[in-house]
Design a protein around this ligand. Structure first.
Ligand code: AVI
Length: 319
């Protein structure tokens, strides 16, 4: 386990070096962009939790429906006695549904945020008193050394939420291959994959009427202004969710409503009215493209379950 290793690299002013490097690099590109991973500070994580409750954001409800309704099939195809390795901290609802369906031998949540990790691990341990829980503070985009206690157990990787969709294909394939290395021989993977559907439904899921997703998007700029000494004018930006049909993804942008100039960490930037900062991709799949992605990542899909409206899929794959 990598406990005790600092995963965040701060400079003399206490600024996360990787955050600053990503933002300064991204704002220099012809299409300005900031990687979506920087959404998730405390405020951003809270806003995301709120998003999962929105009427337009069907993903969480659809995936929960599958996890609730298919427990028998999971038990049959996955079986008991595995160490469940969850990539990203367990949400309070989804993980218990899986764990009670399959009777695992151990639970290993992986997360880059120690606080989140400890909270969700304690939560899970309280709900499943007999289940050994071994939280590991780690960046799962890299190969992770799992605790010795689970070395001999067959693994089930669990990657819900369609987080794989937030990566471009090359990164997604790299991650799937890394997961395979982390989990070892004989592993299985249960992964959430959001499905291509009516673009109006998709756009609404990322541009809700209550404006929570807009606030989530704007929070990134607030964070840049606060942590990187920026003066990006929030009142000159608007939230936009765009369906990119060529690559089947929702893109989130912050679009300048007038010409603006601003500084971040002492560097000067300008945007023309209509120009945007691209802040997130959320790729959507169908049966074939989802399977292709898994195959390219070294996994063989064996079963796929969707919710009653076919909006979301959970795919089980073999290493
Ligand atoms: C975390 N991830 C799967 C979410 C998604 O749907 O792509 C993040 C999100 N962004 C806006 N709304 C939700």
């Amino acid at each position: 386990p990598r406990k005790g290793i600092a995963l965040v690299n701060l400079d003399e002013d206490g600024v996360d070096r990787a955050f600053r490097a990503d933002v300064l690099q991204g704002l220099t590109e012809p299409q300005k962009a900031v990687p979506a991973r920087w959404f998730y500070d405390d405020a951003g994580s809270r806003l995301f939790e709120e998003i999962t409750q929105l009427p337009e954001y069907y993903l969480t409800r659809a995936e929960t429906e599958i996890l609730t309704g298919r427990s028998k099939a999971f038990a049959e195809l996955i079986g008991p006695g595995r160490a469940v390795v969850e990539f990203g901290s367990g949400s309070s609802v989804k993980t218990p549904l899986l764990l009670s369906a399959i009777a695992p031998a151990a639970y290993v949540p992986l997360d880059i945020s120690g606080d989140f990790l400890r909270a969700s691990a304690a939560d899970l341990a309280a709900k499943f008193p007999g289940l050994p829980v071994y939280p590991v503070e780690a960046d799962f985009m890299r190969r992770v050394e799992l605790p010795g206690e689970v070395a001999e157990l067959p693994k089930l990787g669990f990657f819900p939420g369609s987080t794989i969709g937030n990566m471009v294909a090359r990164t997604a394939v790299d991650l799937l291959r890394t997961m395979r290395e982390t989990l070892g021989e004989g592993a299985k993977l249960l992964i959430g994959v959001d499905q291509i559907k009516d673009p109006e439904v998709l756009v609404a899921a990322y541009d809700d009427a209550a404006g929570v997703t807009a606030a989530f998007n704007f929070n990134l700029v607030r964070r840049i202004n606060r942590e990187l000494d920026g003066d990006i004018p929030l009142d000159a930006l608007r939230h936009e969710a765009r369906w990119n049909d060529d690559i089947a993804r929702i893109e989130m942008h912050l679009v300048a409503t007038r010409d603006i100039a601003f500084t971040v960490s002492g560097r000067h930037f300008a945007m023309r009215a209509g120009e945007s900062i691209h802040t997130e991709n959320s790729h959507k799949f169908d049966r074939r493209t989802g399977n292709m992605l898994l195959l390219a990542g070294g996994w063989t899909p064996i079963r796929c379950w969707t919710d009653s409206e076919g909006r979301f899929a959970l795919v089980l794959a073999d290493a």
